[in-house]
Design a protein around this ligand. Structure first.
Ligand SMILES: [Cu+2]
Length: 160
């Protein structure tokens, strides 16, 4: 009798975990890469990340099929009246919350692309999440708003 109940509970737990698989990732909307001249030293990638789960998540690593020197996660912040891009260990997306990667804020940076993709081309990225889930994102190259020329990433900051 007892084992029967346990078995039933086990079945319910299995069902629940099967359902939660769908919620392991983040909802990604409007991923895009800012178009850049062919000799650009770095490319900015932006998107909206939504976490509909009950668990705080974060992006802990980013890979791309584009040939680049490396991929970094950045946050542009105002320090002593100067806009600076600071490399980040992760991009947090709290439970039932969202984090927008946008110019002047959080963003992903593709450093030293061997070949800069053209307008309209797609860049494939993999977001590695804190729960081990890996999420594919296809970001289209398009023109950024003309604001914030300072955002165009001179990358003179210290990288350690
Ligand atoms: Cu940057």
């Amino acid at each position: 009798m007892k084992s029967c109940i346990y078995r039933a509970m086990g079945a319910i737990l299995l069902t629940l975990s099967a359902f939660s698989v769908a919620a392991e990732g983040l909802m990604v909307t409007n991923p895009w890469v800012r178009s850049a001249p062919p000799n650009a030293p770095a490319l900015g990638v932006f998107m909206m990340l939504k976490n509909h789960s009950d668990t705080d998540l974060s992006v802990v690593d980013v890979r791309t099929t584009l040939e680049v020197n490396r991929v970094e996660m950045h946050r542009t912040m105002m320090t002593d009246d100067v806009m600076m891009m600071m490399p980040q260990e992760l991009i947090p997306v709290e439970a039932h919350s969202s984090t927008e990667l946008k110019p002047g804020s959080w963003h992903i940076m593709l450093i030293e692309p061997k070949q800069v993709p053209k307008m309209g081309e797609t860049v494939h990225l993999t977001l590695v999440l804190s729960n081990g889930f890996e999420q594919m994102v296809a970001a289209v190259v398009r023109q950024g708003e003309k604001m914030k020329m300072m955002e165009d990433h001179s990358h003179k900051m210290k990288m350690d």
